[in-house]
Write a protein of this length. Sequence first.
Length: 254
Amino acid sequence: MQRRAFTLIELLVVIAIIAILAAILFPVFAQARKQARSITTVSNLKQIALASLMYAQDYDGGNVLTDSGPNYATPTWSTLLNPYVKSLPLFWDPARPSSPGAAFEGYTADTLTTIAINDAGTAGYFQGSMDNWGDYVYGRNLDSQEFPAERMAFITDMWQGTNVGWYYIRNYQASWVDMSQDYTDFSWYNSVWQTRLFHSGNNIPVAYLDGHAGRINRSKFVSWDEAPDQTTWFKLMTDRNLFKFWGNTWSATQ
């Protein structure tokens, strides 16, 4: 029996069908990978938050410090918590490019984590008020914190233009973002906001003071369009109860 080969038209039709299916499925696969990485990030953040609770138990309720002094002096919080998790990669967001290793342009690895502590919201605070800033106070007592189930303790962050991040955020800047552009250079304001680009649904993974973890969206931020000055930002943060999440920069408990 003579075998009949595919015609050129039949072959092109098959190729076209495969191409269409690939075009449909590849974005789905990419989104699934992004979702899986986001889930891993949330899991890592939960482990970090639980480690910080164990640390506080060992230090009379004192929350882990951001660092040991001015000018990013080591050890930082990630070094202090490492004995409780025993895994340095845990402090690196798996949705981000791989860690550069022990050092990057003169900075040590524990200052370049892509997960940051809420420096002036849970780890410490500034004396004074928004209108009259005082000195920074190292350390808050974990047991005296208000709204622990709503207060962000750790969150993903990035150093725009690089593969690294910074080990703490300034809550009074990270909560107030420029949504008109995606930055390519470092900005304290958008260091958290831009991490949404690496996670599914443009949601940002976060860990809370009570040890649980989840994700946040645009509702936790004040945009520059809404608040062109700091006074308006402060009013909107107060009116929307956003200090419950970010923490009050000028309070030891709020």
